[in-house]
Write a protein that binds this ligand. Structure first.
Ligand code: ZN
Length: 303
């Protein structure tokens, strides 16, 4: 039974994935896809690892893709209990150019054209044709979760966040259930994918670590936390992530979910025109800046 949701959300905030060495990752997302590096920092839980944030020019929530690059990371494999792909909304006329330059495979999903690219670590990066979208990928269209049983996740998305089922379709490999939020914000779609032959789930390079949903502010996040706990989720207390506040929980299908606040945003410690140009450290690591900088694997921005 569903009760009216007092705390609906507007869409995805960010997607966080694991990659191999930083240089091929930077080259692909900046040079090939035209993303902006909007923050260069470290994993707050392990400061010898980069945390790179890509986004649109304004570093808008709903466009943020982040990576933890590990130089020696083994390649993982997306399987049940993981987010297995994310998608940008891209103007239909721009797909041909990306397909010519970057190959990929084309398909149709719910009557819409999709181009699926593979990043240097094998992560599935999709572009969904959207007449309202820009030619340059920026705003997210969706994320796909691979699940053995989509039903409990669908209920959680509906009751916890305000999603509604908007379609389902089969192709040769499995069944896709589409969940959509009302409104016109970026990243309003979550696809729940049930493969006929679920492979193994192996975390590693080229896999998504978690996806984050948007909360308007701390009060909205508090209300969502209370609601999610009422639905039986074990939600962490709030963590300060410098650019947003975060809470985390594992949804019933096993995927790690985060709820991140829009404020304060990425311009809190850099001017908007300088985003991503300097190594930014949270206050607890500033005293160790020189040692941290020395230990991080170097990479060059694209020419
Ligand atoms: Zn996150």
């Amino acid at each position: 039974m569903s009760t009216p949701n007092p705390t609906p959300i507007t869409g995805l905030h960010h997607v966080t994935a694991i990659s191999g060495p930083p240089q091929p990752n930077v080259d692909f997302y900046i040079r090939d896809l035209g993303q902006r590096l909007v923050k260069k920092t470290v994993n707050f839980d392990a400061p010898d690892v980069w945390h790179l944030y890509y986004g649109d020019q304004e570093a808008s929530p709903g466009s943020i893709l982040t990576f933890f690059p590990f130089v020696g990371a083994r390649r993982g494999h997306a399987g049940p209990g993981m987010a297995s792909a994310f998608a940008y909304a891209v103007a239909p006329g721009a797909l041909d150019g990306f397909a010519q330059r970057l190959k990929g495979t084309r398909s149709e999903r719910f009557g819409t054209e999709v181009l699926t690219l593979s990043d240097p670590d094998g992560l599935a990066v999709e572009m969904v044709a959207d007449p309202e979208a820009m030619e340059q990928p920026g705003a997210f269209h969706s994320a796909t979760l691979t699940l053995r049983d989509p039903e409990p996740t669908a209920r959680l998305l509906a009751d916890g966040f305000g999603y509604a089922e908007t379609g389902s379709e089969r192709d040769g490999a499995g069944e896709r259930l589409r969940m959509t939020l009302p409104g016109d914000g970026p990243g309003r779609v979550i696809d729940l994918w049930r493969p006929d032959a679920p492979g193994r789930s192996i975390p590693g390079a080229g896999t998504i670590h978690h996806i984050a949903f948007r909360a308007r502010d701390d009060a909205h996040q508090d209300a969502l936390r209370e609601r999610l706990m009422g639905l039986g989720m074990e939600v962490t207390p709030r963590t300060d992530r410098q650019y947003f506040n975060a809470i985390y929980f594992r949804e019933p299908g096993g995927v790690l979910f985060e709820v991140a606040t829009d404020p304060p945003g990425f311009a809190i410690d850099e001017a908007p025109e300088a985003l991503g140009t300097a190594l930014k450290l949270p206050p607890q690591y500033e005293p160790r800046r020189a040692a941290i900088e020395d230990a991080l694997p170097p990479f060059k921005g694209p020419a």
